[in-house]
Design a protein around this ligand. Structure first.
Ligand code: SF4
Length: 485
């Protein structure tokens, strides 16, 4: 299964997009993730540390690798990702690297500016994300944490004269274990691809059945987009941070936590060895499942870069057979349940039992119907507001506030969103959920269920599921012709 193509990839400058080429040739790329630092950390200090990792990677010629520069992942108040990437990534490596563009705390025009800035610095592989809303200031204080939905950035780019210059990507978070959290994630993936996403990166996770689920879903739906799995190389500190919710949408199950605690008991070196082995198994599994690469978070010192190379290459040649890999992986995790919640919803029943998605059975669990209250609310709103997307925003203002909980919008989207106001989502996203919700479906920023659970239940009840994949709901600023990319 290890392809010789993956060893023919280096950083010599070429006119072509090396990441795109690697995908086309069926290579397997390793991206090392470096988050853009928060503003409270001095730019030069962080850039110097990152540059050392980059230099170490640059020396690994012949290894299919690049960088993934995260945007606003550590803090909403971060240095600009494009300027940070410009300072640390050598020009010859930009075509093999990806740059994230986050809508966290941004306005529509700002993500457009970030795309322009990234292109000017020679970064063409851009992953659009809505962004985490987690903030010590907003959690559970009913404050808004507005974000530009990745769908808007992708659409704005698709309609712009920059479209041909960018190889756009998007993110999928399959690590959801309630039906009403998982289904909207997949509806949104289809929407992202419809809006121009040409490759996908997953959220970080350790549940390999979920990573297989993504590949099966894409294959079954004939969505042949290259996919990169984001993996985390855990340290004891990272374990604590994941468990305390520092990485919205990233979950550690109870069983997996016990394994990690056990590994920590024998000292740092044993713990580190177990993490490298887990990373190897995950990388090899991803390759066998049809992933085009992995993105590793947690490489903090330059010395780890050559270890990454040797471990990944070793793993890719160790496993050529899916069943052998599966047995090794299951033994390594001691048959632990990787689902972090009592619900354990997977889209397909026979993940891991079959290698071929075509022979899989869609999970026949019935899709939950809306509650009586939800049905009544929907009927009432429909009777009152069915034309409000075409009316002046002030029309029915008071009634919308009382019966739909609406905030003040310049453009009413109720008839387009199953009458569930997108402004009830603290991020204000109207085209599908973010990936940051908790394992039990609770909103990332509130102790209430994600608004997309109700909207999806109503859409399924009304047989309007297509609208969740196909209908583009404009950003309110678009109605007033905000500048696009
Ligand atoms: S309501 Fe849903 S989409 Fe909105 S912030 Fe919460 S989890 Fe994300």
């Amino acid at each position: 299964m290890t392809s010789s193509k993956q060893n023919t990839f280096d950083f010599a400058p070429r006119g072509e997009n090396q990441l795109h080429e690697s995908f086309k040739q069926g290579g397997f790329t390793t991206l090392v993730e470096i988050p853009t630092p928060p503003r409270q950390v001095e730019f030069d200090t962080s850039a110097k540390l990152a540059a050392e990792i980059v230099q170490a990677l640059e020396q690994e010629r012949g290894f299919a690798a690049g960088l993934a520069i995260g945007d606003k992942t550590l803090s909403i108040d971060s240095h600009g990702a494009a300027s940070f990437a410009d300072a640390v990534v050598p020009k010859s490596m930009r075509n093999s690297s990806v740059l994230y563009i986050s809508g966290r705390g941004a306005e529509l025009g700002e993500t457009a500016d970030s795309v322009t800035e990234s292109l000017a610095s020679g970064f063409r592989n851009l992953i659009m994300v809505t962004g985490d809303g987690y903030s010590e200031h907003s959690r559970n204080r009913n404050e808004k944490s507005p974000c530009v939905d990745s769908i808007h950035t992708l659409t704005s780019l698709k309609c712009s004269d920059k479209a041909s210059e960018v190889f756009p990507g998007a993110v999928v978070n399959p690590f959801k274990y309630n039906e009403m959290d998982l289904l909207p994630q997949y509806f949104k993936v289809v929407r992202k691809i419809n809006c121009g996403a040409s490759f996908l990166a997953t959220q970080a996770g350790w549940d390999m059945m979920k990573l297989q689920e993504v590949r099966w879903f894409l294959n079954i739906r004939d969505l042949h987009v290259p996919t990169i799995a984001r993996l985390m190389l855990l340290t004891p500190d990272l374990v604590k941070r994941v468990l305390s919710g520092d990485f919205p949408g990233v979950h550690i199950s109870r069983d997996f936590k016990l394994i990690l605690e056990n590994e920590m008991r024998y000292g740092y070196h044993q713990f580190a060895a177990a993490q490298w082995r887990r990373l190897q198994l995950q990388a090899a599994g991803c390759r066998l499942m049809g992933y085009s690469g992995i993105q590793i978070y947690g490489i903090e010192v330059p010395e780890h870069v050559s270890t990454v190379r040797s471990k990944i290459e070793e793993a890719l040649s160790e496993f050529n057979d899916f069943n052998e890999w599966k047995d090794a992986y299951i033994a390594h995790i001691s048959r632990a349940d990787m689902a972090p919640f009592s619900h354990r919803y997977y889209l397909y029943k026979n993940l891991f039992q079959e290698r071929d998605a075509a022979r899989s059975i869609v999970n026949p669990e019935t899709i939950a119907a809306p509650s009586l209250l939800e049905k009544l609310r929907h009927g009432l709103r429909k009777a009152m507001f069915s034309k409000d997307d075409q009316l002046a925003p002030d029309e029915h203002r008071l009634f919308k506030k009382i019966f739909a909980g609406c905030a003040r919008c310049d453009y009413c989207r109720l008839p387009l969103t199953q009458y569930v106001c997108p402004e009830n989502c603290p991020k204000g996203v109207a085209n599908g959920p973010c990936g940051g919700g908790a394992a039990d479906g609770t909103c990332e920023l509130r102790d209430t269920p994600c608004v997309y659970a109700e909207r999806t239940r109503i859409a399924v009840w009304l047989n309007e599921m297509d609208s969740l994949e196909e209908r583009y709901v404009k950003h309110p600023a678009e109605a007033s012709k905000v500048k696009s990319v």
